[in-house]
Design a binder for this molecule. Structure first.
Ligand code: ME8
Length: 533
């Protein structure tokens, strides 16, 4: 649990447990894991939350269709699918919230009662379309005309399925009262919603004006009871959004551990979401916080969709690919690397096995992997596995050292603004430059003439020291391969654990001590033909 210093607090959406995760869910969690690992390696205090959303009609109906109670269904999916996927993709979250946990339900009820007492909630009647896939009340203008089997009906543009009509008396939140304040907030803080396209979408939506939001349902009971009216359950999104705050102690009495954690964590620095749920996070959520007098999050970042055949990959359309299908073949490091490197974070992107194989081979096996296996082999051959002392650095070394300093600065700047592709691109350019350096300096040719002995030492040191920096820079994205590389270049023994290396210090030359034992270890990225089924 964080202490008194405010932690860098990052959240992912909490995912519906109606089905098992596909790579779209793993994509968001991977990005969150990489960003929090990066911040940790900057020496910051960090809190990384993920979890699951268990209420609502979508989960309830799936459970019914499978002949089990919703709670049993949720328990089953969490244990068999949602917790294991974190291990599959090598994510190290600090907490995992479930919306059926007591810590969540009790704090939600307390929050809701607080809003009611302040006059932010009133009774009204709702009559309009609802998409169970989105768990969202829709405006008639949001809908499309159905085709084929749905001809003559109105369908949800995201799910392509007919919407249902809800006609109920329920409790409403005065959302419309916060439109102007939200717009002013985003105009004054353009980084509060990113990327720019998301910022534009939210501000133009706000300019259109807001209507009050129905926040309870009376026709089913799978949800958190409204504290003053147990005939109703809390609308699933109102319940779900609060997870970000309930997980860190929302509303606990001063002096309790919950209150301390809240003070050390709130507000969230980044809420990572897919663009499908941008409005919930950038409109409803901050309005709820404003109504309660709580600080607003630093940023909502909406990334794009993974597409299959040009459409959003989805559980309901059966186009989902399980993360393990990719990880079993390429490994978790390559999974993490590929999705952040190949798709500009914030834009849509298509996954294809061909593209993934091509990048794996060129950038990981041939690029970084080849460099990592050549260096220990050469130090073993020419220096009995002991890192030699560099003597005079020449122009080639000075150029490389300067490039490294620039690479660290660019990578840090890109990662902090969630431009993962930009950060990894800068790192790749450095790996390429070191590979070129090896080819141009040709240690194997230098080794032929004892007169070049000092020069050979300088070249070997330069390659290994470059690998040290490469390992530190790539650690947040590829924790396993870089930990293995770290061992191979003897850095674990001399410099300590790789996770404790400060990434912004990676460009300081000369950290790997002369005399370090370099050992050839496992190949970091085996060639695909060696692992192909
Ligand atoms: O919306 N491409 O849960 P959910 C990229 N419970 N990302 C994708 C994706 C795709 N094709 N498909 C899913 C919910 N995602 C709510 C959230 S938060 C308070 C409540 C990712 O299971 C992306 O992050 O439908 C998207 O926003 C999220 O999964 C939706 O997950």
């Amino acid at each position: 649990m964080p202490g008194t210093e405010k932690a860098f607090y990052l959240t992912t959406p909490i995912y519906y447990v109606n089905d098992a995760p596909h790579i779209g869910h793993a994509y968001t969690t991977t990005a969150g894991d990489v960003l929090t690992r990066w911040h940790r390696q900057r020496g910051e205090k960090v809190w990384f939350l993920t979890g699951v959303d268990e209420h609502g009609q979508k989960v309830m109906r799936t459970a019914e269709a499978n002949g089990v109670a919703p709670q049993e269904w949720a328990d089953r999916l969490v244990e068999s699918a949602w917790l294991p996927v974190l291990e599959t993709i090598d994510a190290v979250n600090d907490d995992f919230i479930r919306t059926t946990s007591t810590r969540h339900t009790e704090r939600v009820q307390k929050f809701l009662q607080g809003l009611k007492d302040k006059g932010e909630i009133y009774e009204g009647s709702y009559d309009g379309p609802y998409c169970v896939g989105c768990e969202e009340f829709k405006l008639p203008g949001d809908l499309l005309d159905g085709e084929g089997e749905y001809a003559g009906q109105k369908v949800c543009p995201i799910h392509g399925k007919p919407v249902e009509t809800v006609s109920e008396t329920n409790w409403f939140f005065r959302l419309s009262a916060y439109g102007d304040a939200l717009l002013a907030h985003y105009e004054a803080n353009p980084l509060a919603v990113q990327p720019q396209s998301a910022h534009n979408e939210v501000t133009s939506f706000l300019r259109g004006g807001l209507t009050d939001l129905s926040i309870s349902r009376s026709t089913f009971d799978w949800g958190i009871p409204v504290p003053w009216d147990p005939s109703q359950v809390v609308y699933v999104w109102f319940d779900a959004l609060l997870n970000y705050a309930t997980a860190v102690g929302l509303g606990d009495e001063p002096g309790t551990p919950g209150a301390e954690q809240f003070a050390a964590t709130w507000p969230a620095d980044v809420h990572l979401v897919g663009k499908d749920i941008l409005r919930f996070h950038a409109v409803i959520w901050p309005a709820m916080l404003m109504a309660a007098g709580l600080a607003l999050p630093g940023q909502v970042f909406a990334h794009g969709w993974l597409l299959v055949g040009g459409e959003k990959m989805s559980k309901s359309k059966l186009t989902g690919i399980a993360p393990s299908q990719i990880v079993d073949h390429f490994g978790s490091d390559a999974f993490r690397y590929y999705f952040l490197r190949a798709i500009q974070f914030g834009s849509d992107g298509s996954f294809s096995w061909e593209d993934m194989s091509a990048r794996y081979t060129s950038e990981l096996a041939n690029g970084l992997g080849n460099l990592a296996s050549r260096a220990p082999a050469m130090v073993a051959k020419y220096r009995d596995g002991l890192l030699p002392e560099p003597t005079a650095y020449g122009e080639a070394e000075e150029t490389l050292q300067a490039l490294l300093v620039a690479t660290v600065a660019t990578a840090d700047e890109c990662m902090l603004r969630l431009d993962f592709a930009g950060g990894l691109g800068a790192m790749k350019s450095f790996v390429d430059a070191v590979n070129l350096y090896v080819t141009e300096q040709a240690p194997w040719a230098l080794a032929k003439d004892p007169a070049n002995d000092e020069r050979l030492s300088t070249v070997l040191y330069t390659i290994c020291e470059s690998l040290r920096a490469i390992a530190v820079l790539h650690h947040a994205v590829m924790p396993k391969a870089t930990a293995s590389l770290w061992e191979q270049i003897g850095a674990e023994a001399s410099l300590g654990p790789i996770g404790a290396q400060v990434v912004t210090d990676a460009g300081r030359w000369g950290q790997l001590p002369v005399g370090t034992t370099i050992t050839k270890g496992a190949i970091l990225f085996p060639r695909l033909e060696e692992t192909a089924d």
